[in-house]
Design a protein. Structure first.
Length: 706
């Protein structure tokens, strides 16, 4: 109080530490001043607001390059327009229109402070080669702020990424016409749990083990050689779901929302230690988006109680039929069943004609359009958590039709076409999926291949988001032989393209075979990734690391088929497709050595902004591979094949509030593929591969915040 001036003066200072979207804490100072006027009857007039609201950003903003927001949107996401001041909700009514191919479609429009949220009644669609889809969002003039200032009209045109629908030509090395691949939806992430069908023979719910994934390597004892058996792959742990958290399931492509029904195709019960239901179906709210379902129970999960939720399929991985009354189906016609067994089923036994002293691994792969057994996920109720849960998905840059095949033309020049496969015709498309451009990769691996001396990533190009570069460490071949003294059936090879020259090992001996000089095709050495994961940003801070702890819950990434030109018997190169490959994130070991913990990652601050670091152990599985070696019958070792990937990359916040997590691998990862004759187990295939340093580029985006 100032008695001489006759006024009241109040000054205050405060420090604020806001939690920004659960990712980090900001710091700031607020100052506040209050002063009364001496003449209370003649106070100054309030300054009027005559500025209309301005659009600051929107969720499909037409940015360029890798940050184009249309590439970060999936069916089911809303359209969000963010203005620079709060809006009068009543003024928005009837003024927002969404047009699909020129025709207005139904939407639900609501106002959240300064944002307009538009939810189409029918989810946004990808643009299709055979069914083009263009959108226009129109906002009429007359929308006002709380002081009545009106905006001008707004018109925004956009389209989601293009989906390739057809192949128009091609004959493969088996003389079959090339066909368009079509795959059902696959579960990419579950929270809680891991997205696979578990083997009941390895289940121990009383000790919180759900069992190993069906189709992965299991324990088998060789009758004559103790060291020739196999051990169980990691068992999926029964994790605790905090009482304040929902169940979240992510899919690789759209599911039919009408086929996801609580109590029939999506069920959840409390269960006993044998997995038998206790009581009735648990009630709650089931939210279904085309690529995600979320279940909130009416009552909190009870701490320590055991639960099981089930994603129902058609029960047969060799059957493509789907009844939406009993199984989760795709939204296409004809509808395909949820593919729950992409690993297939693995049999381990002895080689029938000769025992090499180790196990024979044989896969019965799921049919390309097949379903599978019901996927049952077990969990326990846990204590409430204050960590911030983020559900992240990667919006595929290339494999937008999620058929796990890179639909692009083979336009490589200079390849030798060997006489034995002179009938082959490369796959041909009228419209292609995206592949890397010509921008040089500064980290291209210049290691020289044996014999030919050609760098394994000659003229290497940068990866695009959600792709992984795969190199062959030996593109020339070798003079190695099998157990009978003959050249290896598959004697190394090249990724993405063939060879331009064959050079005899011995010009005087035509039976000695050749080594080869590969064609240069740096843009063909990639597979493309589809996946999702759940991460918890904790409040745990490490002074030693100067970083915040993040828990990553394991999930799986499905890649497109790898096209490999294999060196057959040191005489010719023939291409084949590996089929989809799976990278399964493994749980981290706990204090007792059991792998039952989430992967630990760290967020640290740098001069360029926040960075996420993680070291991730994975299993690589290639379930179709034994059927894909042209002219060679074999079994192989790429089942539950362990890898370790050192990942790091920036965290970025879009102006619409979403977070983008970018990760690159910072280590070379070598994969030694070995194949064995299916009857005697003699080695007949060698292919040495590498995922090179910074050749894997993963980009995840969080869900919309409105």
């Amino acid at each position: 109080m100032d008695p001489e001036a006759g006024v009241l003066n109040l000054d205050a200072v405060s420090v604020v530490e806001p939690n920004i979207l659960g990712q980090e804490y900001g710091y700031g100072m607020l100052s506040f001043q209050l002063q009364s006027y001496k003449d209370q009857n003649n106070a100054p007039q309030v300054v009027g607001d005559d500025t209309p609201p301005a659009l600051q950003s929107w969720s499909l903003e037409d940015l360029v390059g890798e940050q184009a927001k249309t590439g970060l949107v999936k069916p089911g996401d809303p359209i969000i327009l963010n203005f620079d001041e709060p809006l009068n909700a009543a003024s928005v009514a009837g003024k927002v229109h969404l047009l699909e191919n020129g025709l207005e479609v139904d939407t639900a429009v609501n106002v959240s402070g300064s944002a307009i949220v538009v939810n189409p009644a029918s989810p946004l669609k990808f643009d299709h080669e055979l069914d083009p889809v263009d959108y226009e969002l129109v906002v009429d003039s007359g929308i006002t702020d709380i002081n009545g200032n009106e905006t001008a009209s707004i018109s925004k045109s956009f389209a989601l990424p293009l989906v390739v629908d057809q192949i128009i030509g091609g004959i493969d090395p088996s003389e079959n016409p090339e066909e368009m691949r079509i795959r059902p939806p696959v579960v990419t992430a579950t929270y809680p749990g891991f997205p696979c069908v578990t083997d009941p023979q390895t289940r121990d719910l009383a000790n919180d083990m759900a069992g190993i994934c069906l189709g992965s390597v299991y324990e088998w004892t060789h009758p004559d050689n103790p060291e020739g058996g196999t051990e169980d792959s990691d068992s999926v742990p029964v994790m605790a779901l905090p009482k304040n958290r929902p169940i979240i399931v992510n899919f690789s492509k759209n599911v039919d929302a009408d086929s996801v029904q609580l109590g029939s195709t999506f069920t959840i019960y409390e269960v006993d230690a044998n997995g038998n239901p206790i009581g009735g179906q648990i009630n709650g709210s089931l939210k279904v988006n085309p690529r995600q379902i979320t279940f909130y129970p009416d009552e909190e999960w009870q701490e320590g109680a055991l639960y099981a939720y089930t994603l129902h399929s058609n029960g047969d991985m060799h059957d493509s039929s789907c009844d939406p009354a009993t199984a989760i189906c795709s939204d296409e016609q004809p509808a395909l069943p949820l593919q729950t067994q992409i690993l297939g089923e693995l049999t381990i036994d002895l080689y029938p004609q000769k025992d090499p002293g180790f196990a024979r691994l044989s896969t019965d792969p799921v049919d390309e359009r097949g379903g599978g057994k019901n996927m049952v996920i077990y969990f326990r109720g846990g204590a409430e958590s204050n960590s911030v849960l983020q559900n992240l998905v990667n919006a595929p840059t290339s494999d937008t039709n999620a058929n796990f095949f890179h639909d692009t033309n083979h336009d490589v020049q200079g390849e030798i076409l060997f006489p034995s496969i002179s009938y082959t015709v490369p796959r041909e498309y009228a419209v292609e999926e995206k592949e890397p451009g010509e921008e040089p990769d500064p980290y291209a691996d210049q290691t020289e291949s044996p014999l030919n001396g050609v760098p394994i990533d000659l003229n290497g190009v940068k990866p695009i988001p959600n792709s992984a570069k795969v190199l062959s460490r030996n593109t020339a071949g070798s003079q190695e032989t099998d157990s009978d003294g003959f050249p290896l059936g598959v004697n190394y090879g090249n990724i993405g393209c063939g060879v331009r020259e064959a050079i005899p090992f011995d010009p005087d001996n035509p039976f000695a075979g050749n080594y080869f000089i590969p064609v240069n095709c740096p843009d063909k050495k990639f597979v493309y990734l589809t996946g999702a994961l759940n991460a918890e940003v904790t409040d745990e801070y490490s002074e030693q690391r100067d970083a915040i702890k993040v828990k990553i819950w394991p999930s799986q990434i499905v890649t497109t088929s790898l096209t490999t030109y294999t060196n057959l018997f040191s005489s010719q190169f023939v291409y084949s497709y590996s089929g989809p490959q799976l990278l399964r994130i493994r749980y981290a070991p706990g204090p007792d050595g059991k792998r039952d913990q989430p992967v630990t990652a760290w967020i640290r601050e740098t001069e360029e902004g926040p960075v996420l670091d993680a070291t991730v152990d994975l299993y690589l599985d290639v379930p179709y591979l034994e059927q894909r070696f042209f002219a060679v019958d074999n079994r192989h070792n790429l089942h539950s094949y362990p890898l370790t990937m050192d990942l790091s990359g920036p965290l970025e916040f879009l102006d619409d509030g979403r977070m983008v997590v970018t990760q690159f691998n910072y280590n070379n990862i070598d994969i030694d593929l070995r194949g064995y004759g299916d009857k005697e187990g003699g080695i007949n295939t060698k292919l040495d591969l590498r995922l090179p340093d910074r050749g894997t580029y993963i980009k995840y985006v969080t869900q919309p915040i409105k």
